[in-house]
Ligand binder design. Structure first.
Ligand SMILES: *[C@@H]1O[C@H](CO)[C@@H](O)[C@H](O)[C@H]1NC(C)=O
Length: 196
């Protein structure tokens, strides 16, 4: 799971950054190759999406192996807006519910480990390891046992893109869509629950 996250979120950005370091901008534009870089990667899209910066900063927190490159897979990422994350009663690193033994003193290291695990579960629940997907079906996410399914909005006029006419989870709406070279990013006005 961790490795897959790396592939989507980290490496495209790293490789872009190292290219930029070596090639002056004017040359980079001339050499622009539509075959290999026709579209920005999902990481590029997340980087330039200011309304989703909290989700991306959580995703980047995850430890990822720099040796792993997976360019053959495509992903669908459901990205909560900053507003949606901020309105969560329990923040992603806190997990969905308090552990039964919350009163028990745990070490700082254990706390950090637990927080990281919670963040990983939360981020993973927002990623479907497939793209494109149909918005009338059910798909497993990177979080084991967790699926995302869609329901048509009951009062829709049949106009506009399909994504604007469905909800996921408990009435979460999709408010934007961007296509990247390695998948699709849907901006959502709520969050996906990591409860399976
Ligand atoms: C925290 O995670 C690290 C890395 O996975 C591990 O080596 C360490 O034993 C863990 N510590 C605790 C207290 O669980």
């Amino acid at each position: 799971m961790r490795l897959q996250l790396l592939a989507i979120l980290s490496l495209p950005l790293l490789s872009l950054a190292s290219q930029e370091k070596q090639i002056p901008m004017s040359i980079a534009i001339e050499d622009y190759s539509p075959q290999t870089h026709a579209k920005p990667s999902l990481a590029d899209l997340l980087t330039i999406e200011p309304s989703a910066s909290i989700f991306y900063s959580y995703a980047r927190e995850l430890e990822l192996s720099a040796n792993f490159v997976d360019t053959t897979s495509s992903y669908t990422i459901f990205v909560p807006t900053n507003k949606a994350v901020m309105s969560l009663a329990r923040k992603p690193h806190q997990g969905p519910k308090p552990p039964v033994d919350e009163g028990i003193q745990i070490s700082e290291e254990e706390f950090d480990n637990q927080s990281k695990k919670n963040v990983e579960r939360w981020v993973s629940a927002h990623i479907v390891p497939k793209s494109p997907i149909r918005l009338d079906s059910e798909y497993p996410t990177l979080l084991e046992g967790k699926t995302i399914s869609f329901r048509p909005i009951s009062k829709n006029d049949g106009k506009g893109p399909e994504w604007s006419r469905v909800t996921l989870e408990d009435g979460v709406r999709i408010i934007g869509m961007k296509e990247g070279s390695n998948g699709v990013l849907f901006l959502i006005d709520g969050t996906v629950s990591e409860a399976v």
